[in-house]
Design a protein around this ligand. Structure first.
Ligand SMILES: [Zn+2]
Length: 417
């Protein structure tokens, strides 16, 4: 297969118009001028890419699959070829789904943290009595070893006192998070800390975790915090798509995520219950529990400061959608809102695309994907127009290949309609 005459966003920069050839699931050649003008031997099948842009398959760096294959199918239908799941169980189900996702051409591939580390009685274990917890630093190494034995690809740590949900719950303390981060580092696993507010972001940074996910809504991160995050080479996954719909409407009238339901390029490929969830579903902060200072623009300002300071920012949505749980942040579709929100925060469209392709691949050690280059997986998304000029062009999907296998997107649309 060769896609010819196409603009190529290789994960960092725009090349071409040129040509990309792949065979047996792997990219074999990348030419920076059209193949017709070169001395290439005639390939079996040629797609005319004139006016189109080829992107690496998109990577959502914060999702919750919740054991539902349908979520991985929904993700792939919107060009998300890899999801990084940030909490799922039980471990046997996580392993089975990771194995299925590695093989099947109709699902996004996935990696998972498996079960999260949290305090006894804390978020989210207060509602899940079977979830193993970490009572103190002495239990950290055994916790990490157990997750590693279950096949966890990284370690997720919850630093949250429940205040965003109107509760007052015990949270992991600094000594315990430090011990978890150290145990994971010794065992060769990355750590990702869920931070709920300014205090928990500071605790995570002080404790040496590799990545922070979510951002405070009550205030933007200050310059001292941001420069420390840069100096200590941490990575941030803001989850703007989730924060936007979580913030009280009164303080943050931003509607990027909600407006996906009005965009036929998205809505036409959504099951009806997902379209309804995007338009009307609820997430995160209960409006009546949020205080007036909770404002989505604080998160946008934090992303702008982090990005200016050189902190890698990864695109992640925190989608935790299930048909019977009307979370407005839907698998696959919501990554296109996240890209637009990263641009609102001040990234260029090309930088936002990097945040959803080569950057998560590099920071999560996915060396086989995220970049259009010879030897990488043929995870590819072909879109109409130039998304480095207009980020919403990622929604104008012409074709999707996962591991070199083209998704029959119209058949998917037929099944969901
Ligand atoms: Zn999450």
């Amino acid at each position: 297969m060769i896609i010819d005459g196409v603009r190529i966003f290789d994960g960092t920069a725009m090349l071409g118009p040129g040509a990309v050839e792949f065979a047996d699931g792997v990219i074999t050649r990348v030419l920076t001028e059209p193949a017709a003008a070169s001395d290439a031997s005639a390939p079996a099948e040629v797609i005319d890419g004139t006016g189109l842009t080829l992107l690496p398959g998109l990577i959502d760096a914060h999702t919750h699959v919740f054991g539902a294959e349908s979520n991985l199918g929904l993700a792939l239908a919107f060009g998300v070829t890899t999801e990084l799941d940030m909490f799922m169980g039980p471990p046997e189900l996580t392993q089975a789904l990771c194995s299925a996702a590695a093989e099947r051409a109709d699902l996004a591939d996935m990696r998972s943290s498996g079960l999260v580390a949290s305090a006894p009685g804390g978020h989210p274990g207060h509602a899940m009595p079977l979830l193993p917890t970490v009572a103190g630093p002495d239990e950290a190494d055994a916790f990490v070893a157990a997750r590693q034995a279950e096949g966890a690809h990284f370690i997720k740590i919850i630093v949250d006192d429940g205040a965003n949900h109107g509760m007052s719950l015990p949270a992991l303390d600094g000594a315990t998070v430090t011990a978890l981060a150290g145990a994971a580092r010794r065992r060769g696993l990355l750590t990702v800390a869920h931070v709920s507010a300014g205090w928990s972001a500071r605790l995570a940074l002080d404790s040496g975790v590799d990545m922070l996910t979510h951002l405070p809504l009550e205030a933007a991160l200050d310059d001292a915090f941001v420069s420390r995050t840069a100096d200590e080479r941490r990575v941030v996954i803001p989850t703007l798509a989730m924060l936007e719909v979580s913030a009280p409407k009164t303080s943050s009238p931003s509607r990027t995520g909600r407006s996906l339901a009005d965009d036929p390029r998205i809505a036409d490929y959504l099951p009806e219950h997902a379209r309804t969830a995007i338009a009307e579903g609820h997430e995160g902060l209960c409006v009546e529990k949020a205080s007036p200072e909770h404002d989505f623009t604080h998160a946008l300002a934090s992303v702008a400061r982090l990005h200016r300071a050189g902190v890698p920012v990864l695109a992640g949505t925190d989608t935790n959608y299930l048909p019977d749980r009307a979370c407005p942040v839907v698998h696959g579709a919501s990554l296109h809102a996240e890209l637009a929100l990263l641009v609102q925060a001040g990234l260029t469209p090309a930088e936002a695309l990097t945040a959803a392709t080569s950057a998560p691949a590099a920071h999560f050690g996915l060396a086989d994907r995220g970049v259009i280059a010879p030897g990488r997986r043929a995870d590819l998304v072909l879109v109409e127009g130039d998304p480095t000029q207009d980020i919403t062009r990622t929604r104008s999907i012409a074709a999707i290949w996962r591991g070199g296998v083209r998704l029959d997107r119209e058949a998917y649309r037929g099944r969901t309609a």
